[in-house]
Design a protein around this ligand. Structure first.
Ligand code: RIB
Length: 306
């Protein structure tokens, strides 16, 4: 069994600000850091750190070698990453405020150079029973999902960021969807409570197991194994929320592939995401497996288990 993560690779320019810039305002930042990021890269790294061998596919521009080197240093197989001379790699301008919240402007760059020929070349290496993990930051996503489904792959979708491109994907081909409440509401048009949202998600993703993250209210699973809820961890000092969702997604999927129960997977994913928000950066904030284990034993400061 192989795990393919086909997704974005971005250079993240993170500006520390007192507040998010307003219309017409010129705002001085108090610091700039550059990190490796992109939802695809972050989720590949989280999976790999959680003990799964990952093959990452995507496209980088001439400035993207550092992204591949970082993944390879962590053990991710990047032989399926295509290098192009233009456009430049994907990037993100991220404002991080004093509460650790962020807002992000994306430039798709080389992530939008994923075409059907590349999808076919990559998928030729995978077979029925292999996993495909995707988000919504690359081009040709509907084609990728369709071809992977035809090959009998198990398709995991983190539908982030939500935009009109996503609605060209055949949602009936998704086996597992991992998303947050805001994304769920945007996808379904639901304005009701969580129970109503789950009902609507089941209609939109008729075959899929659903994992819904609920911020301070923890997370929920709904699918073949019933409905399972997990509480959140309490983080005493949030430094940076970037990539917390990516960490959760990678760790949850890794735990399930390792054969752990849904409840255990939700628990571990939530511990890993809690650690990620205590650190700066996207990929740089994703914890190692042993750090997550230490936290589960109550041996980490700044996060407590409820
Ligand atoms: O989820 C966080 C990521 O979103 C960042 O790394 C940024 O690159 C954007 O893709």
């Amino acid at each position: 069994m192989q795990v393919l993560s086909f997704g974005s690779l971005n250079l993240d320019y993170v500006y520390q600000v007192d507040h998010f810039v307003k219309k017409g305002e010129t705002l001085a930042s108090t610091g700039l850091q550059v990190f490796c990021g992109g939802k695809g890269l972050n989720q590949s790294l989280a999976l790999q750190k959680a003990g799964i061998s990952v093959r990452h596919a995507g496209v980088i521009g001439p400035d993207g070698q550092i992204l591949v080197e970082m993944l390879e240093d962590a053990g991710v197989d990047c032989s399926l990453v295509q290098h192009v001379t233009e456009p430049r790699s994907g990037s993100a301008i991220i404002q991080r405020d004093l509460q650790g919240d962020n807002c992000i402007i994306l430039y798709g760059g080389a992530n939008k150079a994923v075409d059907e020929a590349l999808v076919d070349r990559v998928l030729n290496e995978f077979h029925s029973g292999d996993y495909l993990l995707v988000q919504n930051e690359i081009s040709s996503l509907p084609y990728l999902v369709r071809r992977a489904h035809e090959r009998g792959m198990y398709i995991v979708l983190n539908p982030s960021p939500i935009n009109e491109n996503l609605f060209a994907v055949d949602f009936s081909m998704i086996d597992l969807i991992i998303l947050n409440e805001i994304e769920g509401k945007a996808l379904t048009g639901c304005t009701g409570d969580v129970e109503e949202l789950l009902k609507r998600l089941c209609q939109v993703f008729p075959r899929a197991e659903i994992v819904l993250t609920l911020g301070e209210d923890g997370s929920m699973y709904h699918g073949n194994e019933g409905t399972i809820r997990e509480r959140a961890c309490r983080v005493h000092h949030v430094v940076d929320t970037t990539a917390a969702g990516d960490t959760f997604t990678g760790y949850y999927l890794a735990e399930r592939i390792h054969g752990r129960s849904v409840a255990e997977a939700l628990r571990t994913a939530s511990l890993a995401a809690s650690l990620a928000v205590t650190r700066k950066g996207a990929s740089a904030s994703i914890p190692r497996w042993d750090e997550v284990q230490q936290l589960s034993l109550g041996l980490q400061e700044n996060v407590s288990i409820q």
